[in-house]
Design a protein around this ligand. Structure first.
Ligand code: UT7
Length: 323
């Protein structure tokens, strides 16, 4: 028998304010048509005044608890993937822990930028597989609207805010690829590429800073590395592209999603796409897309789901889950 981390509940939250591309035409030399053609993004949500990452995460966490039919005090660990935590410390995860009424578990943030949710899933899986936790909440939540340079048309039109949460629970499986739960993970990073995508502030500069990106270079790395990590994770699970029911990729750019799908040999009708409605929500993009796909009736129990993401670091990874 093998201890597996099986999905027990999922939920998401998007801030109320929806910002269509046309809004950027008022202040920047850009157009709805350019943004759609180059990224696939049509609109995104921005957090309201005073609304923080832990607020968004708490809404998503409560939705996931409701979906699982459990309460916050029944969670052993909370892992929150984010690059936009409310404060330098304490972690946003401990704020969520407090908001859902949990005092007996442990909570911490993970920072792997847009790949954060894959890193968080891999860590949750390790906690469950090793017997250190039975029930783990994994959250991706971001307020990237707080770290935008609103005069930089090449970045500020791409990102959005939101949160998604997943509850994983220990369950015995047979140790085969037919088991439900996380079947394989693949994590990577390479700090030589730090200048391709970063925020030009932080503790060292004593200001928060804004996002800087060499978009074309990130794009080039993205397609190559996403296909590679996806293939690695599938191989570790003893599976191949034909076994996949749904690919849920990081939602950064429709052209990256399409090019990676082609490289993997998976048709677009098996790819979950939400980038048109959410923009790039960094670590929140995969749990948001998973939750939306479940709501749409796309992902069902027993489906084989592959997630993959890349972001600043560079850091990238993939996770294979039987839903
Ligand atoms: O989640 C982390 C991972 N991040 C990503 O995956 C992002 C990866 N990169 C991308 O998605 C794309 O590179 C972008 C969407 C950022 C840009 O698309 P691109 O096809 O690579 O365009 P480009 O950077 O080569 O720019 C083409 C032109 C440039 O003008 P010139 O130099 O050709 O005159 C840009 O200045 O488009 C211009 N441009 C814009 N024009 C209108 C850049 N941004 C805009 C804009 N509106 N918003």
């Amino acid at each position: 028998m093998t201890r597996r981390a099986v999905v027990k509940g999922i939920g998401h939250y998007l801030p109320r304010r929806i910002v269509p591309n046309a809004e950027f035409e008022k202040t920047l030399d850009t157009s709805h048509d350019w943004i759609v053609a180059r990224s696939g993004i049509e609109r995104r949500h921005f957090a309201g005044e005073g609304e923080t990452t832990s607020d968004l995460a708490t809404h998503a966490a409560k939705a996931a608890l409701d979906n699982a039919g459990i309460t916050g005090d029944q969670i052993d660990a909370i892992i929150l993937a984010t690059s936009t935590a409310d404060m330098t410390f304490p972690s946003a995860a401990t704020m969520v822990q407090n908001n859902i009424g949990n005092t007996t578990g442990f909570a911490f943030d993970i920072q792997a930028v847009c790949a954060g949710f894959t890193f968080a899933l891999a860590n949750a899986n390790a906690l469950i597989a090793s017997g250190q936790a039975d029930r783990v909440m994994v959250i991706g939540a971001e307020t990237f609207s707080r770290i935008m340079d609103w005069t930089d048309r090449s970045t500020c039109v791409l990102f959005g805010d939101g949160a998604g949460a997943l509850i994983l629970q220990a369950q015995e499986g047979d140790g085969t690829s037919q088991d439900r739960g996380i079947l394989a993970t693949d994590l990577n990073s390479d700090g030589r590429y730090r200048d391709l995508l970063y925020v030009d502030g932080g503790v060292a500069t004593q200001n928060t800073g804004v996002l800087r990106m060499q978009g074309k270079e990130v794009f080039r790395h993205a397609v190559e590395k996403l296909a590679q990590t996806a293939e690695n994770a599938l191989r570790k699970a003893g599976l191949g592209p034909d076994d996949i029911t749904w690919v849920v990729p990081h939602q950064a750019n429709i052209r990256i999603i399409q090019a990676t799908a082609k490289k993997l040999g998976v048709d677009m009708d098996r790819i979950v796409v939400t980038v048109q409605d959410h923009g790039n929500t960094s670590a929140a993009s995969i749990p948001l897309a998973l939750s939306v796909a479940v709501q749409r009736g796309q992902i069902k129990p027993g489906d084989l789901v592959l997630t993959e993401a890349i972001g600043g670091g560079l850091a990238w990874g993939a996770v294979v889950i039987r839903w």
